[in-house]
Design a protein. Sequence first.
Lengths: 243, 317
Amino acid sequence: MTRAEGTDRSWTVRLRRRISRTVPEGQWLPDRQPAYVRSWIYVFGVATLAAFLVVLASGVLLAIEGEAWWHVSSLGHFVNSMHLWSVELFMAFMVIHLWGKFFMAAWRGRRALTWITGAVAFLGSIGTAFTGYLSQSNFDSQWISTQAKDGLNAVGIGAFFNVLDPAQMLLWHIVLLPLLVGFLVVAHIILVRRHGVVPPFDAVPPAAQELEPRTAQVTSRTAHKNPPVGSPSVEAPDQEATR
Amino acid sequence: MTATQSRRRRRDETPDTHQFPTRPYDLVREFVIALGVVVVLTVGLAAVFSSPDRKAITLQDWARVAPNDVVATATAELAGTSTSASYGAPYNNASEGQKIGPLALQKLGGVQTPVDSANDLVIHPLQTVSGDATLTAALTTWTAAPDATRTGWATAYSEALAAVPDGDPGKVKAGDYGPVPTLATQFRTLAARGGLETLLADNAFYPSDQTRALLLLSDGAYLEDQARAENLGGDQWGMMNEAGNYPGQPWMWLYTFWYQVKPFSTSGNADALVWGLMMVLTAGLVLIPFIPGLRSLPKHLGVHKLIWRDEDRFRRV
C-alpha cells in the first residue's frame, strides 16, 4: 500500500476534508467581512449567542445545587434571577435578530437552511423557557401547568408530554431541549460561516460588473470554491473608503 | 448554459458573499464585548429586580384557607362533574375532547395518564385513614352502592352546597345524600392534616408526578381565584405572565392573543383551534423561504434601506 492510498483510507483525513469542504479554513473566524456589513443589527446575532452562554452557565449552577436550592438560599435565588434575566435578554436579542434577518430576506442565495435552523432554534428556545417555568416548583408553575395542559391535551401532545409532571418537565428543560437548541445553534453558526452574510437586494460584486455584467453573477452554491473571506487573494478595492 | 442552470439563476440571483469587497471586522472582540455587556446587564437586572417566587399552594393550605371549596370539589369528583372527571383524554374517556373540525386529535392521543377522579382523588386517599369508624362505615356504604345511586347522592349534595351561602356544609338542608357529606368533610380534614399530595402520588416515597394533585387543585375554585388576583387568568393574558410585576413570557404574546378574540374566546374547542392556527403560522415562519410572495415581501417593505444605508453602492453601475 502506498502512502497516498493509506491517506485516502484514513477516517481522520476524510473527516478533515469533509470539515474543510463544509467551512473552508479561514471562514470559521474571518478577520474581514463584506463591506456592506455595517449596521448595528448584525450585533444581535452575536449578542444572542453571548446571552445563550450566560443562560447555560446560570442554568448549570442551578443544576449543580438542585431544584430546591433557589427557594432556600439567597445566593441560589440570585443565581435564579440571573437565569431569568439572561433568558429575557436572550429571547429579546433573538427576536430582534430574527426580525432583522426577515427584513434582509436573509434566506436568499441558498440560505434557506440557515433561516430554518434559526427559526426552529427560536421555537425550541420557547419550549425550553416554557418547561423552565413549569420546573420552578412554585405557584407560577402550578398555575401555568394547569392552564397549559388544556392546549397540549387538545391536540394530543399531552398524551406523552405531561406538563403536570414536574420531573418530566425538568428533564426536558435541562437535558432534551437544551441539547436540541444547542445542536441547532451550532448548525446555524456553521451555515452562517459557510455561506457568509447575505448581500443587499440586487447587489452585484464589482468584479462581476467589470468582467461580464449580464452573466457573471454566481450563487453562494459555489462559495466553497471561492477564496475565504480575509484570504490574501480577496482584495478590497474600496477598503479605505469603508473603514 | 443548461436549462437547469438558467432556471436556478432566474429563481435566485443573489450573488456569492465572497465576491464582494471586504472590510476589517473583529468577530472575537465583538463577541467578548457582547458577552461582557450581557453579563453586566444580567447581574444588574438580577440585583435590582430579583425574580418572583410565590410559594406553591399546598393542599393543606387550600383546606385551611378555603375549606368549603375543598368539600365542594370532593363532592364534584364523587359526582363525576368536576373538570377532571369529565375531561376525556389523556385522563379518561368521559368525553370526546376538543376537535379541529372533524379532527379529534385529543381522542387520538389516547388515555395515557389514567385518572379516575372519584376513586384516585378522593376515595383511595380516604381509605388510608384508619381508626375512624364513621368514615369506615361511609366508605363501606359508598363502595357497596350501585353507580347510579352514588351519582345521585353526590349530585344532590353538590346542588345543596351550591344553594347555601359560601357553600358552607353546616348550612345544607337535610336530604338523601348517602355517605357523601361524611366523605367530603372527612376529605377536607385529611387535606388539612397535610401530606395529601403524597397519598395522591403513585410513588409515595419519590412523588415526582403531581398530575393527580394538580388536577384536584385545579378542579377547585381557590387556585383560579388566586391566579386572577395576580392578573393571570386566561382572559387576562395569563399564559404569558407570572406572579408580580415581571415580564414573564412575552414571546408567547401571539398564542395568548388568540384566546382574547372571537371565535376562539367563545369556542368550546378554543384550545385545539388556537393550537391548530399556531401550528400553521409556525410552519409559515419556518418555511418563509419557500412561500411565493411572502419570501419577497421584505424587499418591498423598505426596512432594508435602514440596514444597508449605502446599498446603492453595490448595485449594477
